[in-house]
Design a protein around this ligand. Sequence first.
Ligand SMILES: Cc1cc2nc3c(=O)[nH]c(=O)nc-3n(C[C@H](O)[C@H](O)[C@H](O)COP(=O)(O)OP(=O)(O)OC[C@H]3O[C@@H](n4cnc5c(N)ncnc54)[C@H](O)[C@@H]3O)c2cc1C
Length: 387
Amino acid sequence: MIDVAVVGAGPAGLLAAAHLARSGLDVLLLEDHPRVGEPTHCTGIVSLETADLTDIPDELVLGRLARARLVAPNGGEARHAWPAAGSDAILAIDRAAFDQGLARRAIDAGASLRTGTAVRDVQLAADGVDLRTGAGPVRARACVLACGVSYRFQRQLGLGLPGQAIHTAQTEADATPGDVVELHFGRQVAPNGFAWTVPVVRGGRHRLKVGVMAMGDAGAYLDAFLERPPLRARVQGERAPIVRRLLPLRPIAKTYTDRVLVVGDAGGFTKPTTGGGIFYSLLTASLAAETLAEAFAAGRLDDAFLARYEHRWQARLGADLRVADWLRQFVTKCSDAEIDLLVRAMDSEDVQELVQRTARFNWHHDVIVALARQPGIATLIFRTLFR
Ligand SMILES: Cc1cc2nc3c(=O)[nH]c(=O)nc-3n(C[C@H](O)[C@H](O)[C@H](O)COP(=O)(O)OP(=O)(O)OC[C@H]3O[C@@H](n4cnc5c(N)ncnc54)[C@H](O)[C@@H]3O)c2cc1C
């Protein structure tokens, strides 16, 4: 019997496996796809703070993003500059290469990796966890579920589903050079979400990632967005096939049970505002590994002991998740005309200064609370709440 089976070799599973192996445990990573990191669904935007949790070598960086443009349904704009240096500097990274680098580090730490091996069933027994895989049975003392946006095992184990999720679609193509991230809002563009463009340089070529997160058919909204004249003028040549994927926006009901912890997207950990999840995946993986190492040392793999994992992520992320979820509910209720007002407010000097002072890429609590106190925005919130 091995110590820990980790289901899924995305950032969450890979970092958890590396930490667990480093603490002396016998760890097996099971990954469905034949190659770690592929196919890639993600835009790969992270802040430099992510480097506190794992290395981000320069060769992974496809772009340093210093400016953002928010576009309202009526075409109004707000422009914001991001810090070009410091822990909040924003990078677009090569997600496949990032995951592959994490895999090398997990293996160097002593974890075993079996790719092309789907886990089909996870069953709790009195003295272990039984996994049925495409390559035969695996028995482990504990299991980390890091299987991304698949929730079969969580539901089976009584841990629930993400409280909310949204559809996404993304593609990439050659494009004219640029350095501005664009976010487009409105019911026609992306109901309950937004469309984005992110310029990167891959292999010396200027590329544009274009995506949509929306309620409904995200692929159809992406097709329509790509047909807009400014996009048609920027995108050149063949587009990569559209990748569609669900994005969780709220954690699952419970993220631990006897012998099992749930991390990353599998636990529903993304920022409810933007859907960004790499940082939260790495953070929850680190907290889960710390908890499991203690559990092995104490000989306690029971539900009551493993509850400290949920206390830990609640202490780090709880307030941010709650306030960002509140903002999302509010913006979702806004009409296009109200979004026009919000974007106009975002462009005002007061808000520009406030964002510079309070915004942090991975931590949205302070900027949201400060924004909600702005006179124009406070009135809008008040009206929306009583609608
Ligand atoms: C369109 C889009 C754009 C995004 N852009 C960003 C961004 O710019 N910045 C950001 O921070 N976040 C972004 N995200 C979110 C980010 O991609 C995820 O939060 C992140 O990938 C989660 O990592 P993870 O390890 O939890 O899951 P994943 O990366 O999904 O990894 C899960 C792994 O588990 C494997 N797996 C699943 N089921 C099984 C099974 N039964 N057996 C074996 N293996 C299994 C999968 O093959 C996969 O390799 C984006 C998401 C989407 C959809």
